[in-house]
Design a protein around this ligand. Sequence first.
Ligand code: 3HC
Ligand code: NAI
Length: 708
Amino acid sequence: MTLSSAPETAAVQHELRGGVLVVTIDHAPVNAINAGVRRGLIDAIDAADANASARAVLIVGAGRGFIAGADIREFGKPPVPPSLPDVCNRIEACGKPVIAAIHGAALGGGLEIALASHYRIAVEGAKLGLPEVLLGLLPGAGGTQRSARLIGAQAALSLMLSGRHVGAQEALRLGLVDRVGQSDDVVAEGLAFAHELIATQAAPRRTKNARGLADKDASTAAIAAARAETQKKSRGLLSPLKIVDCVEAALNLPFDEGLRFERERFLECRESPQRAGLVHAFFAEREVQKSPETRDAKPREIRSVGVVGGGTMGAGIAVALLDAGLAVTMIERDDASLERGRAHIENVYDALIGKGRITQEAKARALQRFDGATRYDALADADVVIEAVFEDMAVKKAVFAELDRVCKPGAVLATNTSYLDIDEIAASISRPQDVLGLHFFSPANIMKLLEVVVPARVAADVVATGFELAKKLKKVAVRAGVCDGFIGNRMLAVYRAAADHLMEDGASPYQIDQAVRDFGFPMGPYQVIDLAGGDIGWAARKRRAATRDPNARYVRVGDELCERGWFGQKTGRGFYRYEDGARIGKPDAEVEAIIDAERARAGVTPRTFSDDEIVRRYMAAMINEGANIVHEGVAQRPLDVDATLMHGFGFPRHRGGPMHYADTIGLANVLADIRAFAKEDPLFWRASPLIVDLVERGKNFASLNRTS
Ligand code: 3HC
Ligand code: NAI
């Protein structure tokens, strides 16, 4: 490899320009700090101190930003000196004024380098932040100690606990930077600042001596408030409370001791499975965007989009499209349905206005791009059409026949079907190459997941257009093959069945929900059913009754509830009781009696399950089906399954998705569990050939993740 033979320090160059040593970090694409960058920075500061002609140092990033942070790919590998804290200390100790000039991202370790510099300038478009918490980490190169001293405990905590990015003007207001440049020429702005400092004989100004924590009472109060809030919100995450501890250390300990305190906490986080899960999630989100089609084909143009159907999904999809600035034409069956569709959309915006998230004007602006019609001719100019009518093959085919008739050549024709065979829909019209699935999740304007379902005959640029649309909608697109339920719903069916088996065998739905929540999901499976409406699954079960394997175990509890009209929150009763419109349900003794009766009917003697056993079965079912999905090529890689479950089904991000979690606990252990459970129900618990194969070869799911 030519690259590895290049000198390690090539990522940092320095040159003297009129008395200023300009140090440029050049490590594409985002100037992440690896060993070469660290070494190069130390060399550059040493050079500045040794060179009498250098009267100031200017640190800038090449390319699109300053520095995006530590190189996340180095975590988990043996550390290579110098460490980033040593680099920051060396910068701070420099005998000449050091100026950081920031454009684009200055995040994590990147901002820590800027904080260790003596002066900071940002240009418009800069994004500053300490987002380590989102990766299960805390700023580990002095960031907790310097940020608190520079901008005070409250502002520093808010930055580090949220992980949010601030722009140049906000950074100026917070005191993170000294000034905002007039132009976007970051080098010129930085040089001008440096020359001013030289002219005024400004001395190095070390952040470790900054006085942001001088008001001890205010700092103590801010720390106590952050601790109370974090204890309530952090749900088992390690790093947020440690961030609070570090700021407390900044207040109470001398700087060097504070640094040591921070470093120990940082290393604990770095070695934790949570960090591994969150970093996996970060890369998985980026990898899923890469598919054979996005590599090889250019997306078609997307300016105006048609949506057919204005129900729950059609309206949500329309809002997502409008929010992305696209023009939307909705088609409904008749005027009354169209009016309902428009009202659905207005309701979504009105709710946002009620919460103070958007203004009336923003709603009016969005609705200006919206149009409705009952005649398909209105879609003649649409670049993309998304069908979201009833889940019925005949109805969908009729809609696609109309689209085939009116849409311009090259228009992308998408279906939002949950389960139907998209190959069959595509084959029913004259242009199957233009048909794909775009499977949104409810509420479609909120949920991040979009399954891009790829039928056999679709053209590559149509698939690429699906990914491009997802990007415009700021969604995480995952490529899925055609099958019953694609990736997400197919897995859901299996792990819900596992939960039903547990329920009939003796666990209460309330214990199952609690165990699943304790694992990290925001809701348990029965709460989700109550929220979405039990009738949806009931209808699907009725549809499938004829084709169900008569030998497969079937738990009737859900049907019993639906037969009583207990569909969940919307009817005030489901698995839980929702009194007076409450959104959080209470356990219901009558439901427990129904479950008891079903156990008796099925001849089951109830037994007790520990929470751990519940989670093991629930997860084993999920992992096994995920493996089948990868094995059949429905998902490209295990990480595609992970991204699907994290963004569409509430899988806890810090566990990195079911396949990453399986690797964490060991695939051989998962296989042993499946084989043990199979003794009771061999039809349900059939080990996936992929798991068997990987265990035999001593491999894990990660070995199948072709990440770049
Ligand atoms: N390390 C290694 N690679 C990184 C990286 C990092 N810190 N940040 C981004 N990348 C990679 C991405 O994986 C992607 O690689 P790919 O092209 O092979 O898929 C490439 O850089 C471009 O990234 P994006 O696609 O995300 O580009 P965007 O322009 O959309 O976003 C960004 C740029 C805002 C910088 C975004 O990448 C980001 O948020 N990065 C992470 C920032 C971060 O969390 N920094 C803290 C790191 S931890 C730390 O610093 C510890 C310290 O305190 C000791
Ligand atoms: P819905 O019943 O709320 O809405 C369907 C709408 O389509 C109705 O407004 C109806 O008037 C309209 N419609 C029916 N036939 C039509 C036709 N020929 N021309 C124009 N409009 C027509 O259904 P929902 O929940 O929005 O589902 C729509 C599709 O989205 C289904 O395929 C469903 O499987 C899928 N889906 C549903 C999800 C959900 O959570 N509800 C999630 C993901 C996909």
